[in-house]
Design a protein around this ligand. Structure first.
Ligand SMILES: Cc1cc2nc3c(=O)[nH]c(=O)nc-3n(C[C@H](O)[C@H](O)[C@H](O)COP(=O)(O)OP(=O)(O)OC[C@H]3O[C@@H](n4cnc5c(N)ncnc54)[C@H](O)[C@@H]3O)c2cc1C
Length: 478
């Protein structure tokens, strides 16, 4: 590597921006060129925090949205001290916690990163508002091509392209899926605008996206009945208002077995209850120890976990903003929202509405039920199993043998340093992954603070690599 090393961050949503921010801080005075490729105007906002929908709030209290491990409540202070809190009084709860709108966190990340870039003039920082479409090796470096038609050579690449869109609805006929009030991807801005106030709505999926959709529809004046449906009918659990401390040790001694892990967790919840502590304390301990626990499990147990326990884990580990929970509770009490446990058999178009065949689930065998809805919203979540095919840059790198999907369908295969594993099973030189797509190795890597710690550690790895390459006057072979 001759001259100033050029680093490309592909995807400047939360994980990419967190990596760039931490790299700038860890890198010190060394000259580097840092390019963040991100089509959105704000850096750090990404899919979650670019939402302009005022009904969308962060799902953990601001004090837990830690970007800096040494100062976890930085965002909470920023929110209260910059006028953001005054502009959004509903964010503040009586118990003192703050649940800002998601867009506030996007503005915060953008400010943090741009401020850091200005404070370190040795960093030649660029925000390139375009997508990277393909990457090929060029000597010891890589040539990136962008949707804007540029070709730029970089020495090191950090991939952080975020979540893929939801899977296409295999239960809907092509005709139904094309209908105007079939909302295949509710994350598209203003996707819900097509729903009329009295429409009877079917939401497929009962997780956090369902909660967002219900709360957005109600905020837009929707008064029609909503049915939210999933195979298990599980909804995210609201958090207790007690401050919680992690409780229990589940990674030591390590266990290979999902069944043993489940026994330990149940015993942990009972032990916590004896001490007057809520189950959330156990969930927090599991999240902190998530990487070690995941790595201890055998491949068969990981598969078992994903097939049978993941839905339970998700509803306990994902939280819901109390403001949103209130909307759901009120709606359920009044009967306007029904959460049902059922399998969808088919959705067909029928005279401007949807004819839905479903089979309720339960201990007894249930007959098929036919229902009609005016609108259908697919809230089944990101389709991580197809992430490589759904993003052209990942597809091109996969075809070139530079990366591969992880064996559990959670994202991209990486090693302990978050280096992408290539087709031949060895780490690809100077290609790293930041954020949830590295979950196949790191396990629990979805929400903050875990998803900010991984880019922070990666920034230290990359900074050390840049330092050793410079000291040895070598190319950046790891
Ligand atoms: C709707 C939603 C709400 C959430 N809310 C919370 C929350 O409140 N609290 C919490 O802790 N976690 C939340 N999460 C979890 C979330 O996964 C993480 O907090 C985090 O935002 C993920 O960051 P990311 O960088 O991987 O993805 P993103 O932040 O989405 O960033 C990916 C970025 O990559 C860009 N991109 C994609 N492909 C390319 C390309 N080829 N070239 C250039 N750029 C590209 C995209 O434009 C996007 O901006 C939420 C997730 C979702 C989906």
């Amino acid at each position: 590597m001759a001259g100033v090393p050029r680093i490309a961050v592909v995807g400047g949503g939360f994980a990419g921006a967190a990596f760039a921010l931490h790299l700038i801080r860890a890198n010190g005075a060394r000259p580097i060129a840092l390019d963040v490729y991100e089509p959105l105007p704000l850096l750090g906002a990404g899919l979650a925090y670019s939402s302009e929908d005022p009904a969308h709030r962060i799902n953990v209290a601001a004090a837990r949205m830690a970007v800096f491990s040494e100062d976890p409540t930085h965002f909470d202070r920023w929110f209260r001290e910059t006028g953001e809190a005054a502009a959004d009084p509903d964010a503040l709860l009586e118990d003192g916690r703050a649940y800002p709108r998601r867009a506030a966190f996007g503005r915060y990340m953008d400010q943090l990163l741009r401020h850091a870039a200005r404070a370190f003039p040795n960093v030649r920082f660029r925000h390139l508002r375009t997508k990277v479409t393909d990457v090929v090796p060029r000597g010891d470096a890589y040539r990136l091509r962008t949707a804007a038609g540029d070709e730029i050579v970089s020495d090191l690449i950090v991939l952080s392209p975020g979540h893929p869109p939801p899977p296409s609805a295999r239960w809907a006929t092509a005709d139904a899926a094309r209908a105007p009030r079939f909302i295949g991807n509710p994350w598209v801005p203003d996707a819900l605008a097509v729903v009329r106030p009295d429409d009877e709505v079917l939401i497929v999926g009962t997780g956090l996206t369902m909660a967002d959709v219900v709360s957005s529809l109600r905020a837009r004046g929707h008064v029609g009945a909503i049915t939210a449906l999933s195979r298990r009918g599980l909804t995210p659990r609201p958090r207790t208002i007690l401050p919680v401390e992690p409780f229990g040790t589940f990674h030591q001694p390590p266990t290979q077995s999902a069944a043993d892990l489940l026994r330990r967790v149940r015993a942990g919840v009972r032990a916590a209850a004896k001490e007057g502590k809520p189950w959330e304390c156990v969930v927090d301990a599991l999240r902190q120890q998530g990487t070690a626990i995941w790595q201890g499990l055998s491949p068969a147990s990981r598969r078992l976990f994903l097939r049978h326990l993941r839905a339970w884990w998700d509803v306990h580990r994902y939280q819901i903003a109390p403001q949103i929970d209130r909307v759901l509770q009120d709606d359920q009490r009044s009967g306007r929202l029904k959460v049902v446990k059922a399998d969808i058999l088919a959705i067909r178009r029928f005279e401007g509405s949807f004819h839905v065949s479903l089979r309720p689930r339960g201990k007894a065998a249930h007959p098929e039920v036919e229902r009609f809805f005016d609108a259908v919203v697919n809230c089944t979540g990101p389709d991580h199993g197809t992430v490589v095919q759904s993003n052209p840059v990942l597809q091109s790198m996969s075809e070139g043998g530079l990366l591969r999907a992880d064996p559990h369908g959670l994202g991209i295969d990486v090693d302990s340093l978050a280096r992408a594993i290539g087709r031949d099973g060895t780490p690809t030189r100077n290609v790293f992954v930041a954020g949830p797509l590295a979950r196949g190795y790191f396990g629990e890597l979805m929400g903050l603070p875990q998803v900010s710690l991984q880019p922070e550690r990666l920034a230290i790895t990359v900074s050390e690599l840049l330092g050793s390459a410079e000291a040895a006057k070598l190319d950046m072979a790891v």
